[in-house]
Design a binder for this molecule. Structure first.
Ligand SMILES: [Zn+2]
Length: 173
């Protein structure tokens, strides 16, 4: 038996219940992701299983979707399939992260309910490239006028929120 995707969750309680979820989240419901994609139509397919591993509450599952990103070179859309598996272990503090005894990413939970959508969104954002672009030379045919325009609109690493997120995640390992 699996339930509808929840929004606010208590991962400890769900792990005790061994809850299983599968369902879809509209891309439009994921605000940060919506800002990043060229087209926020479509849905994200999510499977999630809450369980205990030893005394540790863990949530694992998979995320599948097909996003449209805007190429930072030619500004045209291109498809970006997402098919990621995740395994998160619930920790109550950053100190606990250092002594995590199982092979999983830490999921900080302070006892308040946390947003399941936001958790899924973080995993998707980490699977996106810092600089979305075609994997071939797509601008050869562009005019110099267009290239001037690109220079103004290309994101720099400093203001790319996802490279920051990726760094945060790394330091938590
Ligand atoms: Zn391109």
């Amino acid at each position: 038996m699996s339930d509808k995707l929840p929004d606010l969750i208590d991962p400890l309680m769900l792990a005790e219940r061994r809850a299983v979820f599968n369902g879809v989240i509209n891309v439009t419901a994921l605000e940060r992701l919506s800002d990043f994609v060229a087209d926020s139509d479509g849905v994200v397919n999510v499977d999630a299983v809450f369980a205990k591993q030893g005394k540790r509450a863990v949530v694992s599952g998979s995320i599948k979707t097909q996003l449209k990103l805007e190429c930072q070179s030619c500004l045209q859309d291109f498809p970006w399939p997402i098919d990621v598996h995740f395994k998160l272990a619930v920790v109550s503090s950053l100190q606990e992260t250092d002594k995590l005894e199982i092979d999983a990413e830490p999921l900080l939970f302070d006892g308040e309910k946390l947003s399941f959508n936001s958790l899924i969104e973080d995993e998707i954002l980490l699977a996106l490239p810092d600089y979305p672009r075609h994997d071939y030379d797509c601008i050869t045919r562009r005019s110099s006028q267009d290239r001037d325009y690109e220079t103004q609109t290309t994101r720099s690493e400093a203001d790319n929120p996802f490279s920051v997120l990726a760094k945060l995640k790394k330091t938590g390992e």
